[in-house]
Design a protein. Structure first.
Length: 373
């Protein structure tokens, strides 16, 4: 069997063990400790101090806390990007709120501003109320249409939760993803651009929001030590060991982004001139970290065929995210669609995109694609 090529495997850089050893030496084997605050400071300086970071045990937990901080309640409507991984939406269900799905625009593959505005108008006409939040996603690292979505959100006074789980290091008009919403989140799951083996961060705009998020993530203890609680909290804090890995990983993030972008370029140069293969192109002023390179084939059959050839050669790929409005769990949900996310799902294949991928791996993948279409 040929060497396995993974879609987006963890990529350790050698700095991680030092921080883990520090944690062991000082016995901070707990969801408290100096590497948690250290990692938060690392994230904040990566974002040029335009956000406050709260280290948590998953990106999903971060979205849940953002909804909590926005005071989303059972029965509230929340507008969600239709094309995403289901983790963007599950916290809306945890709250007992109602997700309403908005399809994508063709350019960024993220939420379509035209549909977004139509949906808000339609909800106003139907329920007499505007939805309580908008969850936008930066698919495969591509920023969303920030100017238009901001214009609409401020027109109707609806807060934005920016799901930057895939977009750490991406930029829109030179502004960091992770700073482009009322709240933002990162994921450090094993497959993301940097990993803590499992973890995430909530990014807030003020220090007091951060303080409230830390309080909620640590069981909402009003006073230290004597078990007074005036609110229901969560056990969502990151472990000091995970934060140790994160501290090592973030040192190398520029290089990881460079490598992922180079992967994209390599695929693009080898395949873009083939008829009926399309790429996710960066619009002007968008800068994607190119977390995953996803390419579109002529049709679903061709995509399936290429995926199975790659699989037979021990190469992992994934279909592009299946939109929420056709998920069994959301079969009764309201959605505003234009066919874009369903088309991207049917024709899209995510190619191995890790920052440890080698040129031989890329060539092996490209050759199989070329011979199987
Ligand atoms: C990975 C991911 C999440 C969830 O992050 P976890 O850390 O795995 O909970 C949320 N949204 C998107 C778009 C993701 O890709």
């Amino acid at each position: 069997m040929k060497k396995r090529i993974w879609l987006s495997p963890p990529h350790m850089t050698g700095h991680e063990l030092k921080h883990i050893n520090d944690a062991f030496a000082s016995n901070w084997i707990a969801p408290v400790g100096p590497n948690i605050t250290g990692f938060e400071e690392d994230i904040e300086s990566f974002l040029n101090h335009e956000s406050y970071a709260v280290a948590l045990n998953s990106g999903t937990a971060a979205i849940h806390l953002a909804l909590e901080l926005l005071n989303i309640k059972a029965g509230d409507e929340v507008l969600c990007q239709n094309k995403t991984f289901i983790a963007s939406v599950n916290p809306v269900i945890y709250k007992g709120a109602t997700p309403i799905f908005i399809d994508s625009e063709k350019s960024s593959w993220n939420i379509c501003p035209i549909l977004l505005e139509q949906a808000i108008e339609d909800r106003l006409a139907t329920t007499g109320k505007t939805p309580k939040a908008i969850i936008v996603v930066e698919i495969y690292g591509m920023p969303y249409n920030v100017d238009e979505v901001y214009r609409i959100a401020s027109k109707y006074d609806i807060p934005i939760i920016e799901d930057s789980a895939e977009a750490m290091g991406s930029k829109y008009k030179n502004l960091h993803c992770g700073t482009l919403g009322n709240y933002s989140i990162f994921s450090f799951n094993g497959n993301k651009i940097i990993t803590t083996s499992g973890g995430g961060a909530l990014l807030t705009r003020t220090a007091s929001q951060k303080q409230e998020a830390v309080y909620l993530s640590t069981q909402a203890s009003d006073t230290k030590g004597n078990f007074e609680h005036s609110r229901i909290g969560f056990n969502y804090r990151m472990s000091n060991i995970s934060a140790s890995i994160g501290r090592g990983q973030i040192k190398d993030i520029d290089n990881k982004i460079f490598k992922r972008r180079a992967n994209f370029e390599y695929y693009y140069n080898a395949l873009a001139n083939i008829k009926d293969i399309e790429f996710q192109i960066e619009p002007a002023n968008y800068y994607s970290n190119r977390w995953l390179t996803c390419i579109l084939f002529k049709d679903e059959e061709t995509r399936n065929n290429v995926a199975s050839h790659l699989n037979n050669e021990n190469i992992e790929t994934k279909y592009s995210w299946k939109p929420m409005h056709i998920q069994t769990v959301f079969k009764n949900a309201i959605s505003y669609t234009n066919g874009v996310s369903e088309d991207l799902y049917k024709r899209g294949l995510c190619l191995p995109s890790g920052s440890s991928l080698e040129i031989e791996d890329l060539n092996r993948i490209i050759n199989i694609i070329k011979t199987s279409i």
